[in-house]
Design a protein around this ligand. Structure first.
Ligand code: HAM
Length: 426
């Protein structure tokens, strides 16, 4: 039987992992810059956590979760997103009682959603996310948004737009909910079964229905922004004015409601028109969530955060950033004694911090030189019978093509001197 990876999963082969590491490193550097620390939570959690946090009328919970019973009959779910786990951990470890009131975390890792796979959409995908917990301040919303914008700028992504909107507080949401019900009530019989359910439980979710997307009442639906309470409006105005002061481009997108239930106040999406992704692709998204922590059994602690789809960042990045690191030395033994000696030398060189490899296939010089080339080796170290006898090696610099006979005990010194000389060290 021939095995293949499950639909919607992807192997990151070693020719791609360098680019992934580069992306990860860049994200870690930016987070350090913002004093945001890493948190790692489990890849599976109790199903109940997601039902509660993400919301039991959302597509993510009703249609896309990978859930199963473990051997003790507990319902477990592979995490579809990262915010719920961070919030659970924050409550469980009482991180709200730390002296620093604003706690800022980031995470990177695989997430799982049973969705139809396509370009930039997988069933196992990766997110880079940031969660800032502890303050209701619009400054924190803006700090999160600026971090998100910094990421796409550092990656050199083009045709990017920051879309923002406000869902308001509880008071605004109640008023908006009533307005939505009034709006959709007369056409309920034209909407799908799910939307009829949503109408009762959570009318906001009608707006992200994929079936009724083109129904004429969608376009004319009331806007959250028209139902904001005074304090919610003040919060949103401050967010906008801070973004203006920082000269960050954004558009207020009154149709933006987000597909997860925990949001209140500011919501935002980073949208790319890069043709590699397809126009209007969302590379990252997030918003404020002021009741999530208390809903999970913690005190009333507000939060704000976002997550990027790392595959989408990778697609948009292209290949320009990737530069291959070459080996310092590729060792080319000819014969068994030379091979034994190579094993000694390579272990010594690696212990000295040099990046090296050696031929283990007993090939002739030609084949070995090809490998040295493929590995972008700075030096080829040729060891034949003669060299073994004389306790030397033949060092060929692949840039200058110069060859030097070097006594075994001088190898490290020779390489260091050569690099210090600097003429052709990259
Ligand atoms: P989300 O909008 O569900 O939000 O996902 C965030 C990003 O993850 C999306 O914009 C997209 O780039 C990527 N993404 C989602 N599903 C897939 C998929 N099937 N394949 C590839 N990429 C995907 C959240 O997950 C929230 N937890 C964000 C957040 C953090 N809000 C507050 N804090």
């Amino acid at each position: 039987m021939a095995y293949s990876a499950p639909r919607g999963t992807v192997d990151i082969l070693s020719d791609q992992s360098g680019k992934w590491q580069q992306l990860e490193q860049l994200l870690r550097t930016i987070c350090a810059n913002y004093n945001v620390k890493e948190m790692r939570t489990p890849i599976f959690e109790h199903t109940e956590l997601f039902t509660r946090a993400v919301g039991d009328t959302t597509d993510v919970v009703t249609k896309e979760m990978y859930s199963f019973e473990d051997k003790k009959g507990r319902s477990i779910t592979l995490r579809p997103e990262g915010t719920a786990g961070i919030a659970r951990s924050y409550v469980e470890h009482k991180l709200y009682s730390l002296p620093e009131k604003l706690q800022k975390y980031y995470y990177m890792g695989p997430m799982f959603r049973y969705e139809r796979p396509q370009n930039g959409r997988q069933r196992q995908f990766h997110q880079f996310g940031v969660e800032m917990l502890g303050l209701e301040s619009p400054y924190t919303d803006v700090e999160a948004m600026v971090l998100a914008v910094t990421v796409v700028e550092a990656l050199g992504l083009k045709d990017i737009k920051l879309h923002i909107n406000s869902l308001g507080d509880d008071e605004s949401r109640d008023a908006y909910r009533d307005a939505l019900k009034q709006h959709f009530q007369p056409v309920l019989n034209e909407l799908c079964y799910d939307c009829n359910q949503r109408f009762e439980k959570n009318p906001l979710r009608i707006l992200d229905c994929k079936v009724d997307r083109d129904h004429p009442t969608m376009k004319t639906a009331p806007k959250t922004i028209d139902y904001l309470s005074e304090s919610a409006k003040a919060h949103f105005d401050k967010v906008c004015s801070l973004l203006d002061d920082l000269e960050i481009d954004y558009v207020v997108d009154t149709n933006l409601v987000r597909g997860l239930d925990y949001y209140s106040h500011t919501v935002f999406e980073v949208i790319s028109d890069d043709p590699k992704l397809g126009a209007g692709a969302t590379v990252g998204a997030g918003g404020r969530y002021n009741t999530l922590i208390s809903e999970l059994g913690g005190p009333v602690v507000p939060g704000v955060g976002f997550a990027f789809g790392m595959e989408r960042l990778m697609i948009a990045m292209g290949d320009e950033m990737v530069e291959e690191d070459g080996l310092d030395v590729y060792i080319m033994p000819l014969g068994n004694e030379a091979k034994d000696l190579s094993m000694q030398i390579i272990t010594m060189l690696r212990a000295n911090g040099f990046t090296c490899d050696m031929d283990q296939c007993d090939r002739g010089l030609k084949g070995q030189f090809k490998s040295a080339d493929r590995f972008h080796a700075h030096f080829s170290m040729i060891i034949g019978e003669d060299e073994v006898q004389k306790e030397v090696v033949n060092m060929k610099c692949n840039h200058s093509k110069e060859q030097t006979i070097v006594p075994l005990e001088n190898i490290v010194e020779f390489i260091e001197k050569h690099y210090e000389g600097g003429h052709h060290h990259e």
